[in-house]
Design a protein around this ligand. Structure first.
Ligand code: UDX
Length: 446
């Protein structure tokens, strides 16, 4: 099929490359000329495993192209995806200006029937607004063209997005038009093999499904962080509790890891936006409020543990392993490492940091500073420091040489914000250990 995707951000680019991979003719549009030039030159602006070769091969095969020309994009397509950003407004609700600008642009150029698919994460009711914006443009031009607006939220995880797109758990299609559903079933048929993954529902339910999924996952994390904080105080170990509850299939083992709090581009933004939507409709979402409050406190937990251990942090030097909000990405949006860095600097401490992918992003965000040294490998980060802090669970950090860490540190202690290590193993290597909710090894904080 002929597909046009508005927005070459994270979602648009991954979706475009995957749809091209299964044989569609995909045109990706963006208003950012600089970004288009980079993409044309084969330079992928984001770090996402498997994406660069997928884009390269599909461009070479002539199935994937980039353009800044909206008229060409609209003329090209049987199906148009809207995959532009919905950044938070000042009050936390999603800013729809980019989505509605694309809708107007579709209305301004449409000449033959098309299915418009909303992939951006947008508040309930947005499909109606997109429909109205397109219709208003068509009316201004005095033309009549049939079109449908469908909600088809994405469920891509950063670091595993290509896989999520090629092998989705589910494909949610929100539409009351049989024709639109049939078109999308055809488009998604290559991804819907072995068993039925397509879930068809009304538009508003599809829009809410996206928020409900992310809010549920964020709730699981905040719940476990709350349990961890209780475990610390009562002398229990959250890692053992995790295994104990995960064995119940109704609870499950996934997404119940306590840690330094969730970050990223989705959970913080979407939980907040859903909270806003609920309030706008006269409902106070007490559970969502608590999920956010627990997470905000949790992002400060490692810093609290460090203060508890050292007292004043002024003049201290710390090695920090892990800056990205999670492994396999260079994304630092809402990362717990940022809360930690900013608190350590406010306390007058210096940080020597290492991350396999996010050093350039850290430099972009914080620039050159006297109290931050970006290191070229994990061992140089340890040089001349008092203690080691781990904030992202990169695989490469899983099994370090603890004896070497101990000899590099002036104070042999590890603060493990992701519960990567077994306290006993670390302690046997002669280091003190602080994890999240590992009461066995950590004195309860005041
Ligand atoms: C998330 C959803 O998983 C995805 O389906 C949606 O489309 C977008 O939002 P992403 O933001 O890429 O994806 O990251 P994810 O892997 O879900 O992790 C989010 C955060 O939660 C990370 O900071 C991670 O460290 C943290 N986390 C995750 C925990 O603290 N504990 C867990 O058990 C799982």
């Amino acid at each position: 099929m002929r597909i046009t995707i508005f927005g070459t951000g994270y979602v648009g680019l991954v979706t475009g490359a995957c749809l091209a991979e299964v044989g569609n003719d995909v045109l990706c549009l963006d208003v950012d000329a600089g970004k288009l030039a980079r993409l044309e030159a084969g330079d992928i602006p984001i770090f996402e495993p498997g994406l660069a070769p997928l884009v390269r091969e599909n461009r070479q095969a002539g199935r994937l192209a980039f353009s800044g020309d909206a008229a060409r994009g609209v003329a090209h397509a049987e199906v148009i995806f809207i995959a532009v950003g919905t950044p938070p407004d000042e009050d936390g609700s999603a800013d729809l200006s980019h989505v509605l600008a694309v809708a107007r642009s579709i209305g301004a150029h449409l000449t033959r029937p098309v299915v418009v698919v909303n992939k951006s994460t947008v508040p309930v009711g947005t499909a109606d607004r997109v429909r109205k914006a397109i219709a208003a443009e068509l009316a201004t031009r005095g033309v009549v063209v049939a079109f449908e607006v469908v909600s088809n939220p994405e469920f891509l995880k950063e670091g595993d997005a290509v896989n999520d797109c090629l092998r989705p758990d589910r494909i949610v299609i929100g539409s009351d038009s049989e024709h639109a559903v049939a078109q999308l079933r055809r488009l998604y048929a290559p991804f819907n093999r072995n068993h039925e993954r397509i879930v068809v529902m009304d538009v508003r339910s599809a829009e809410l499904t996206k928020y409900a999924a992310n809010a549920m996952l964020a709730t699981k994390i905040s719940f476990m962080n709350e349990m961890a904080n209780i475990a610390e105080r009562v002398g229990a170990d959250i890692e053992q509790v995790r295994r104990g509850i995960g064995s119940d299939p109704r609870i499950g083992y996934h997404f119940i890891y306590a840690g330094a709090g969730y970050g990223g581009s989705c959970f913080p933004k979407d939980v907040n936006a859903l909270d806003r939507t609920a309030r706008e409709h006269g409902y106070r979402p007490r559970l969502l409020e608590a999920v956010e409050a627990v997470n905000a406190a949790q992002k400060g937990r490692v810093h609290e543990l460090m203060r508890g251990h050292f007292g004043s942090l002024r003049g201290r030097r710390f090695a920090l392993w892990g800056l990205a909000f999670k492994p396999n990405t260079d994304d630092m949006r809402e990362a717990a490492s940022r809360t930690l860095l900013e608190r350590l600097w406010a306390d007058g401490a210096l940080v020597r940091a290492w991350d396999p992918e996010a050093l350039a992003e850290t430099r972009r965000i914080y620039g050159e500073r006297d109290d931050l040294v970006l290191c070229t490998d994990p061992w140089s980060a340890l040089e001349g420091t008092d203690a080691l802090v781990v904030m992202t669970e990169w695989k490469a950090f899983r099994s370090p040489d603890f004896a070497r860490i101990r000899s590099a540190l002036s104070e042999p202690v590890i603060f493990d914000g992701r519960n990567m290590y077994e306290p006993q193993v670390v302690e046997e290597a002669g280091l003190a250990y602080y994890g999240i909710g590992r009461g066995r090894s950590v004195a309860a904080p005041a």
